[in-house]
Design a protein around this ligand. Structure first.
Ligand code: ADP
Ligand code: MG
Length: 333
């Protein structure tokens, strides 16, 4: 196992904030993972604990079966062979790109060769003499990655590496970074609040909420079998289906369950399983799809669909396999 985390805890402000709470996790070598969670869910704190920039209150972390963190033991960050790329790429502005890349390996005799190899890995050969302000944001992020990879880490942590970039550049850089990491074979953890990033680049996704790990699974498993509305909500807009609404579709409701349907899993006219009459109130085009407000009894549902119905009185339906069923939470969410 590349990384093993056992019942890890970390709090701040005299235990008022439980940033990481009873987290256990095992990560295999050679795989790419994503830590996905809303802001404040403890992703960065967990990454800092793994990197050795924080010490845990309780619990242990092992790298390649060797203890690196516990309540009483702390292997210093620089001895862990774990690379870290931060949210803000934070290159040294007064150093050339070559000097930035060799920052962590400046004592090594072969550092010039390593810098050349790194520049070639990130397809920026010949850029060594330039300064950070002379290159684009995407290129700066690739340099930050090269700097973290230069000491040949066993694991690399990337904390929201794309969050400063706009959508097109983000996708492009995401693919580039993924390809670079695949070439090196280094284990990687991408930290993100963006489910699309997580799905695009990782073999497995660990989802966090309030410092707790809520689910760890492949992107397919997470999408098909989310353990909670929180997890499902990362991937789609969900519509809650209260009992009275489900009954109007002819569905037998269990009062102890919470029911949700993804907003694109409704069908208009001519589809069977669970269906009822509905009235189209309004529609608007949002990119590829329409968002359509549909009235069913006293409920209004905002459904996403590739097509817009051409009459206002329609039938609307869904399939049982698209109904997401969870235990009802004790408190309203
Ligand atoms: P994320 O990266 O998922 O946004 P963080 O790990 O940054 O989450 O934060 C988790 C919780 O811990 C938040 O409530 C945050 O305010 C708190 N926190 C993080 N670092 C500190 C710190 N150094 N001092 C006090 N509270 C902190
Ligand atoms: Mg963070």
């Amino acid at each position: 196992m590349l990384l093993t985390i056992n019942h890890l805890y970390k709090s701040f402000n005299r235990e008022k904030v439980q940033a990481v709470y009873d987290t256990s996790l095992q990560l295999e070598a050679g795989k790419t993972y994503a830590f996905l969670g809303e802001s404040g869910s403890g992703k960065t704190t967990l990454a800092r604990l793994i990197a050795g920039l924080e010490r845990p209150d309780r619990g242990e972390i092992y790298l390649n079966e060797r203890l690196i963190s516990s309540e009483s033991y702390h292997l210093p960050a620089e001895k862990r062979a774990i690379g870290f790329v931060f949210q803000h790429y934070a290159l040294f502005p007064h150093l050339t790109i070559a000097k930035n890349i060799e920052y962590g390996i400046s004592a090594r005799p072969d550092k010039r060769k390593v810098v050349e190899d790194m520049l070639s890995l990130i397809s920026l050969e010949g850029y060594g003499k330039r300064y950070p302000h002379e290159i684009s944001g995407g290129q700066q992020q690739r340099i930050a990655l090269a700097r973290a990879l230069a000491p040949k880490p066993r694991l690399i942590l990337l904390d929201e590496p794309f969050s400063n970039l706009d959508s097109n550049l983000r996708q492009e850089l995401r693919t580039e970074v993924f390809t670079i990491l695949q070439k090196t074979g280094v284990g990687a953890i991408f930290i993100t609040h963006n489910s699309e990033d997580a799905m695009a680049i990782s073999d497995e996704i660990a989802v966090f909420k309030d410092g707790r790990l809520v689910q760890k699974a492949t992107p397919e498993e997470l999408y098909e079998h989310p353990v909670s509305p929180y997890v499902a909500g990362f991937f789609d807009t969900l519509i809650e289906m209260p009992p009275s609404l489900l009954s109007s579709f002819g569905y037998q409701v269990n009062q102890h369950k919470l029911y949700l349907i993804r907003n694109h899993d409704f069908h208009f006219n001519g589809f069977k399983e669970f269906s009822t009459d509905a009235t189209v109130i309004s529609s608007s085009r949002v990119g590829r799809n329409y968002l359509i407000d549909v009235k069913v009894g006293e409920h209004v549902l905002q459904v996403s669909s590739e097509e817009k119905p051409d009459q206002s009185e329609i039938s609307i339906s869904w399939r049982e396999r698209d109904l997401l069923v969870f235990p009802k939470p004790d408190q309203p969410v």
